[in-house]
Ligand binder design. Structure first.
Ligand SMILES: Cc1cc2nc3c(=O)[nH]c(=O)nc-3n(C[C@H](O)[C@H](O)[C@H](O)COP(=O)(O)OP(=O)(O)OC[C@H]3O[C@@H](n4cnc5c(N)ncnc54)[C@H](O)[C@@H]3O)c2cc1C
Ligand code: FES
Length: 280
């Protein structure tokens, strides 16, 4: 059992938790993920390591409540326990030789992007961050990004905070104004990453994307997380989650991501009905 040492709501649908898991905290690196089950009969939930404290043995996770399993996790209170917490899984983000990087985060993808930005800062790289949200109420981790970025641009779709527009606009502007990035790293919704790649490709700026397809075992055995990268089949859990954005087949990934939509909607509705009945 793994104790929830701290729980904090970051916005109406995003929650942060520090979990006591000293063995994971000891080895975790930016870009890796864990798989947890809130309860013994729960579904596996892959979540990125959003931070770690090797001294106190805690691992930070930041998750958006989107369906049945994340609702169950969010029902847990500080001081309570979750059943399983396995990791670190996947490959850490490649940092070798990168002196100047632009991190592009979208929505809850910013939770995944933050430890990457922090790691580059620690290594002495120049970090430009561009983070985007639908509106002001959904903004998360602004102070944390400010602390580890040499330049931070915050965008909202509706202009209710920061600059109005999508993340690709300031990215294009920066590249066209002569910023020479060794790497652009995009983490967020598939469609956002697809458009980041469409922005950087004409300028040939190396671009890494973090792919989060549906995962089951997280160890390369079930094939659930397969993607086509450079014309070859890859498993995001063991070959990624980071991949060369120029090589990812985004259209196929988007199609596969909607495969279980009906089932997921049904489970979400069941959870809400159960919650309503318990409240009555
Ligand atoms: C490597 C990796 C890292 C991730 N990191 C984060 C993170 O840091 N924060 C965060 O909020 N989310 C993260 N996710 C997504 C998160 O795992 C899903 O939101 C969660 O599993 C949804 O479960 P649910 O039952 O609540 O929702 P459901 O109703 O079951 O599904 C809602 C949506 O969540 C996604 N999803 C569902 N099950 C899985 C699964 N087993 N694997 C991957 N995606 C799934 C699908 O896109 C689905 O359409 C990550 C996913 C992967 C693969
Ligand atoms: S999750 Fe099973 S192969 Fe990757």
């Amino acid at each position: 059992m793994y104790k929830i040492v701290k729980k904090r709501q970051l916005n109406p649908t995003v929650t942060m938790m520090d979990i006591y898991a000293p063995l994971v905290a000891k080895k975790a690196q930016a870009g890796q993920f864990i798989i947890l089950r809130a309860d013994d009969d729960g579904e596996r939930i892959p979540l990125t390591v959003a931070g770690y404290d090797r001294i106190n043995g805690t691992v930070k996770i930041i998750f958006q409540v989107v369906g049945d399993s994340t609702m169950s996790l969010n029902d847990k209170k500080e001081g309570e326990y979750i059943s399983d917490f396995v990791g670190p899984l996947g490959k850490p983000t490649e940092t070798e030789g990168i002196r100047k990087v632009c991190i592009v985060g979208g929505g809850v993808g910013c939770a995944i992007a933050l430890p990457v930005a922090q790691r580059f800062k620690e290594l002495g790289a120049e970090v430009h961050s561009i983070i985007g949200f639908r509106n002001k109420d959904l903004v998360i981790l602004e102070d944390e990004f400010r602390a580890c970025s040499d330049r931070l641009t915050l965008m909202t779709d509706d202009g209710s905070y920061g600059t109005k527009g999508v993340v690709t606009a300031p990215l294009k502007e920066a590249i066209e104004s002569g910023e020479k990035y060794d790497m652009v790293i995009a983490i967020g919704p598939l469609v956002m990453m697809k458009f980041v790649v469409a922005t950087t490709k004409p300028y040939n700026v190396p671009t890494t994307v973090s792919m989060n397809p549906i995962m089951i075992d997280g160890t390369g055995m079930c094939g659930g997380c397969r993607l086509t990268v450079g014309g070859k089949t890859k498993f995001a859990c063991v070959d990624g989650p980071d991949f060369n954005g120029f090589e990812v087949d985004f259209d196929e990934a988007m199609l596969r991501s909607t495969m279980y939509s009906d089932f997921e909607r049904h489970e979400r509705e069941e959870h809400c009905n159960l919650f309503k009945k318990e409240a009555e």
